[in-house]
Design a protein. Sequence first.
Length: 378
Amino acid sequence: MATLISPRTHPRPRPRPRLRPSDRARRLDLAQLGPNWYAAVMGTAIVGNGAAALPVRLPGLIGFGEVMWALGLAGLLVLGSARLVHLTRHRDAARAQLLDNPATAVFYGCPPMALISVGLGTLTLGSRVIGTGPAVALDAVLWTVGTGYALLVAVGIPYLMITRHTVSPLEANPTWLLPVVAPLVASAAGPALIPHLPAGTARQALLYTCCALFGIGLLATLALLPVVLTGLVHSKLPALALTPSLFLVLGPLGQSTTAVHQLADAARPVTPTIAPVALALAELYGVAVLGVAMLWLALAVAANLRARRAGMSFAMTWWAFTFPVGTCVTGAAALARHTGFPGFTGLATALFVLLLASWALAAGGTAAGLAGGRLLAR
């Protein structure tokens, strides 16, 4: 006979007291603050940069882009300060994130991309706010520091994977692409500085530097991407929370498309003899690679909808929905500008709408997680 149990035998647990904002601030654990948090800055900055690059001009679009640039710059300053505390007061945690944990070490590709993206927004959007001279100076600093950082990461993280980290190519996932995509971001943003340099050798030097950065990022991606795809097919993703990382494959595709068009524009006044070839190559390359990107976008969306139905909850990996899609926005916008084909204008606009929705999801989840004590909680 079943035994009836009185409700009094098992009293209901008392609800947890709601934390006041001041209590939550005291409970934040900066020891957990990894380089992956820079993805929030990247995702915010690319919204502004996408608004500036969009081939349609809607009322208030540039003003909206300026607001997103300001948010990205503020986020970079706040996060940079918090990371400084992390690196000085939590050295053991910082050392473990880089040297002992390959899953967090790959996210060191995010800080340089955040620096470069905010720098580009400063030049293309912030110049109306702070003036052209200060905007050029700030972009030059952020691009230079970010590019040096990107090269250090592109060499350093693979070196650690070879010599120190315990990893298997059969368990590779798209986050492995982050360290090698950063030079591509630098190659796409650098050409914007070329018109502000003295004519002659200085412009040529920066153009050729950006071409070299493009080659570094592209060839490293081509070497690593088959490993990532093999790992996905063989071992799948180890957790639902990693499913948004599938969007990271879009990053090198969209960013390289953007880069070839930016380099073609920069070549016209600097090296006019190769400019026609560069433009033709940019159009052919861009159409082919963006087509692959749209195919992968469909796959990534389908996988994430499946993961959502399976119970995938918010994690910081949701920021992977933003920056990679933003690079496809700028790539499609560049194709629309150079070809005049309205289909690319429509594609860029549709991708920008997707980018806005993705940013709202990621930003809203991050704000709720911090306010509710689910992120960086002791």
